[in-house]
Design a protein around this ligand. Structure first.
Ligand SMILES: Nc1nc2c(ncn2[C@@H]2O[C@H](COP(=O)(O)OP(=O)(O)OP(=O)(O)O)[C@@H](O)[C@H]2O)c(=O)[nH]1
Ligand SMILES: [Mg+2]
Ligand SMILES: [Zn+2]
Length: 354
C-alpha cells in the first residue's frame, strides 16, 4: 500500500485495535458507534483518529467531574455515536501513570494501551542507573515491555560501557545504542515499531525522544531543541503528549521530558524489578526488617559481601518509601473527593425536590 494513503486512511488494526477492545462492545454498540483512538488532548478538546480519519471534538461536559483515572488520556479508545460524540471510553490494556508535579497529591496519566516502552537516555551526563530503574518499574508495573534506547552514541567513541551498565539492571533487558538522527535507527528499533503496536517514549528533556519520532516517521513532525552544553540538560521543547502513526506501521507516543518520574501505586513494578532483593529479604531475621543495619538483616549482609550493589539497594528503599507516601496521599485525596461528591449529589437532589 502507498505510504501516504496508509498514513491518512488507517484501518482500526493499524491504529492498535484488537480483540481485547472488540470484545468490550455490546451488539448495539457494534451497530451504533465507531471506535476512535485519542491522539492528542488539549484540556477538554481531544483529537482522535478512527477508520474514518482524523477528528477534533470536545469531551462531554459530564465527563469533567470524572476522577482522573476515568478520564481519557493519549492512546485511549473512545466509542463515538453517529453524531461523532464520545459515548464511553473502553477498558485499557495498559496504563502509565505518575504523581503529577506540584504540591497537591494528584495522579497524572501518561498514556494508555501501550505495547512497549522506549526508555530513552543519552550517552552523556543524563545517563543514570537509578533514573532508568524508575522507568523500568513503571513499565513492569504496567506489564509493558521495556527497551532502553541510548541516544547520542555518535557523540562518544565507544558506547559499550553505557550498554553494559544498562544491561546489568535486568536480565534480558534490550538495550540499544543509536544515533537518533541517523536513518539506520529504523533497523535497530524495527522489532517494536510494527503495525498496530504502540510504543511510548519517556525520558528526560533533551535525550532525543522527538528526534526519534521524526527519524522513524521520516518527517519533521515534532519540534526538537538543542541541549545546554554545560550539563547536557534539555530545554523542555515538547510540551504535550501526542501519538503518531508511522508510515511503515506502528505508533509512537511522544511526551514532554520529565525532571523526575515520581512513581505512584507502582508497588508491583518495584517488586518485580528488585526481585533479587525481595528474595534475599526473605532470609532477614525479622519479617518487618527495614534492611538498615538491623541485626540478622540478610540484605545488608549481601551488600557487605559485594553480592548486592549498594546503589541498587538505596534506590529500592527510596522507591518503596515514595510508594508508601504517594499511596497514602492519594487515598486521603480520594476520601475527600468521595465526601465532596456525596455532598454535591445531596445538594443537587435537595434542589430538585424544592
Ligand atoms: N548527535 C546527536 N544528537 C542528538 C541525538 N538525539 C537527539 N539529538 C539532539 O539533541 C537535542 C534534543 O533532542 P530532542 O529530540 O528535542 O529531545 P527530547 O527528548 O524530545 O526533549 P524534550 O522535548 O525537551 O523532552 C536536539 O538538538 C537533537 O538534534 C543523537 O542521537 N545524536
Ligand atoms: Mg521532545
Ligand atoms: Zn533486612
Amino acid at each position: 500500500m502507498n505510504k501516504q494513503v496508509r498514513k491518512f486512511h488507517p484501518t482500526l488494526q493499524d491504529l492498535g485495535w484488537s480483540h481485547f477492545f472488540q470484545e468490550q462492545l455490546s451488539p448495539k454498540e457494534c451497530e451504533t458507534t465507531v471506535p476512535c483512538r485519542v491522539f492528542a488532548l488539549n484540556r477538554h478538546l481531544f483529537e482522535g483518529v478512527g477508520a474514518g480519519g482524523r477528528l477534533q471534538c470536545p469531551l462531554p461536559q459530564a465527563w469533567r467531574h470524572f476522577p482522573e483515572m476515568e478520564l481519557p488520556t493519549i492512546g485511549d479508545w473512545l466509542l463515538l455515536d453517529n453524531q461523532g460524540q464520545p459515548r464511553r471510553m473502553l477498558e485499557r490494556k495498559s496504563l502509565f501513570k505518575r504523581m503529577a508535579s506540584g504540591r497537591e497529591a494528584k495522579l497524572q496519566l501518561m498514556g494508555a494501551n501501550v505495547d512497549s516502552l522506549f526508555i530513552v537516555s543519552s550517552c552523556n551526563q543524563d545517563f543514570n542507573l537509578s533514573r532508568l530503574e524508575r522507568y523500568l518499574a513503571l513499565s513492569l508495573d504496567a506489564e509493558v515491555e521495556p527497551v532502553v534506547v541510548l541516544t547520542k552514541a555518535d557523540m562518544v567513541g565507544d558506547p559499550s560501557e553505557f550498554l553494559a551498565s544498562a544491561r546489568s539492571l535486568r536480565p534480558g533487558l534490550p538495550v540499544i545504542a543509536v544515533n537518533a538522527k541517523d536513518v539506520r535507527v529504523h533497523e535497530k528499533l524495527h522489532p517494536w515499531c510494527v503495525t498496530g503496536q504502540t510504543v511510548a517514549l519517556v525520558g528526560s528533556s533533551g535525550v532525543g525522544k522527538s528526534t526519534l519520532v521524526n527519524t522513524l516517521s521520516s518527517a519533521n513532525i515534532q519540534e526538537t531543541g538543542a541541549i545546554r552544553e554545560n550539563d547536557a540538560k534539555g530545554r523542555h521543547t515538547t510540551t504535550s503528549r501526542s501519538l503518531h502513526l508511522l508510515p511503515g506501521g506502528g505508533l509512537l507516543l511522544d511526551s514532554p521530558g520529565l525532571r523526575e518520574l515520581q512513581l505512584s501505586e507502582c508497588e508491583t513494578g518495584v517488586a518485580r524489578l528488585f526481585e533479587e532483593i525481595e528474595t534475599i529479604a526473605r532470609r532477614c531475621r525479622y519479617s518487618d526488617c527495614r534492611h538498615q543495619e538491623e541485626i540478622g538483616c540478610a540484605v545488608t549482609d549481601a551488600v557487605k559481601r559485594n553480592e548486592l550493589d549498594d546503589r541498587r539497594l538505596e534506590n529500592y528503599l527510596k522507591l518503596l518509601r515514595e510508594q508508601v507516601h504517594a499511596t497514602e496521599a492519594l487515598q486521603e485525596k480520594r476520601r475527600r473527593e468521595k465526601c465532596s461528591a456525596k455532598t454535591y449529589r445531596r445538594t443537587r437532589e435537595q434542589k430538585r425536590q424544592e
